[in-house]
Ligand binder design. Structure first.
Ligand SMILES: [Zn+2]
Length: 188
């Protein structure tokens, strides 16, 4: 049996090591499709120090049913994606700077046509601004993730989804790395 809380605590540390999240910013979740329970990183705790018992466990109706930590304020975003996408098993939300720069400008991120990364990513759609902690934050996300594992939240950050957390981290790491490379090509 998979210990989902232990898995997420492990990946929380990895996400912070990779500078994709911090204590204050970003969050991650995984869902157990058998029980319908979602496991999400706690609010305002350094991801590096998150222990399995601190992981917030949420039931299908959005009630916290386990974990000593308070669920992330951006839980509504995760809940909306899991409801809309039965194929998604893990979500990373990051304020990683090179991709978030596009979100702050409310600009879609486009991978150039003659670039090998186009095999994995084409375009990351930027959603309009939605206030944190409200359902506005995920308005339009279903469509934005239709043909891409990543979308941008206007004025805010990045969302990456996949079947599992290892894959989601690999995707957002590659996308953020590429956004950084693109920045270097423009400023050299
Ligand atoms: Zn955020």
């Amino acid at each position: 049996m998979i210990d989902y809380a232990a898995e997420l605590a492990k990946y929380s540390r990895i996400l912070e090591q990779k500078s994709l999240v911090t204590g204050l910013e970003g969050n991650a979740s995984i869902i157990d499709r058998e029980t319908g329970l979602t496991y999400i990183t706690p609010s305002r705790r350094m991801k590096m120090l998150v222990e399995p018992e601190m992981i917030a466990v949420m039931d299908k109706d959005g009630n916290q049913v386990g974990g000593t930590g308070k669920r992330s304020s951006e839980y509504l975003l995760h809940e909306a994606v899991y409801k809309a996408r039965p194929d998604v098993g893990a979500i990373v939300h990051s304020h990683c700077p090179y991709l978030t720069a596009y979100a702050i400008r409310y600009q879609d991120f486009e991978v150039p046509e003659d670039c090998s990364l186009r095999l994995v990513f084409q375009r990351f759609t930027c959603l309009p601004y939605g206030r944190n902690g409200t359902h506005d934050i995920h308005r339009g996300i279903e469509k934005a993730l239709e043909n891409s594992p990543i979308c941008l939240l206007g004025g805010h950050g990045v969302v990456c989804v996949s079947t599992d957390m290892e894959d989601a981290i690999g995707l957002i790491e590659a996308a953020e790395g590429f956004a950084k490379t693109l920045y270097i090509t423009k400023h050299n």
